[in-house]
Design a protein around this ligand. Structure first.
Ligand code: 13P
Length: 250
């Protein structure tokens, strides 16, 4: 039985004062939930703040990106070992908001995935299709290709103890979440694709759903067989709503 994982993605929100308030509310509301793992992914400058506030709690923290390179002359980049300095254990990779705006290729994303793995960070790899791709019925082909780049380069075993988050682009920030059936069907496809090459890795792989998750729709999504938790944007900025989602998963 895979333990459920709920991840807050604050995206580019917050400041020192509002983070302090939100993290205090997280500690108050979430640390008593012991049946799931909870992670909060914050902008780089606030990693030391979350480290200081969460280090003796059950809530882990993560970053929203990392460099594909280990070290060197890469202005503005942040390496896996730098994240480790701040107690980071998870890192979001290939979020569609980055992949489109900053032209991240599948090859770059695969390299970032391996940077995380080799430094002992758990990668949260985001995959998902656009609305046009879903309407054309090619969503599995699109998501399959996103996974293939990693599988073909490094082998399916790298998905062992990793996290994939299925985030249909049409569901992110739109209020239009995928139905439990739509999500289950894609999650099953993702697990099956990894299982075809490595059953052990596929079993330990956590597959999250992300895209307009609320405390209301979380109830149905989180009881679905291949949904191992959620990656939460907007509702993670409100401690009460985030608590509602964690309780639905717990
Ligand atoms: P929303 O929950 O705001 O739709 O964002 C989802 C997301 O992008 C999480 O990474």
């Amino acid at each position: 039985m895979r333990r459920k994982l709920v991840v807050a993605n604050w995206k580019m929100h917050g400041n020192l004062a509002s983070n302090k308030e939100l993290l205090s509310a997280y500690i108050e509301k979430l640390t008593s939930i012991t049946t799931i793992d909870v992670v909060v992914c914050v902008p780089y400058p606030y990693l030391s703040q979350v480290q200081a506030m969460l280090q003796n709690t059950s809530i882990a923290w993560g970053a929203q990106n990392l460099s594909k390179d280990a070290v060197g002359a890469f202005t503005g980049e942040v390496s896996a070992s730098m994240l480790k300095d701040f107690g980071v254990s998870y890192v979001i990779i290939g979020h569609s908001e980055r992949a489109t705006a900053y032209c991240e290729s599948d090859e770059n994303i695969a390299m970032k995935f391996m940077q995380a793995k080799t430094h002992g960070l758990t990668p949260i790899l985001c995959v998902g299709e656009t609305l046009i791709e879903r309407e054309a019925g090619v969503m599995q082909m699109v998501v399959g290709k996103q996974l293939d780049t990693i599988i073909n380069t490094y082998g399916a075993s790298v998905f062992g103890d990793a996290v994939v988050s299925y985030e249909p682009i049409w569901a992110i920030g739109t209020g239009l979440a995928a139905s439990a059936e739509q999500a289950q069907s894609m999650h099953e496809f993702i697990r099956g694709k990894v299982a075809a090459q490595d059953k052990v890795a596929a079993n330990s792989l956590k597959i999250l759903y992300g895209g307009s998750v609320t405390p209301r729709n979380a109830v149905q999504l989180m009881v679905t067989q291949d949904i191992d938790g959620g990656l939460i944007g907007r509702c993670s900025l409100n401690a009460q709503e985030f608590e509602g989602i964690c309780l639905a998963a717990g």
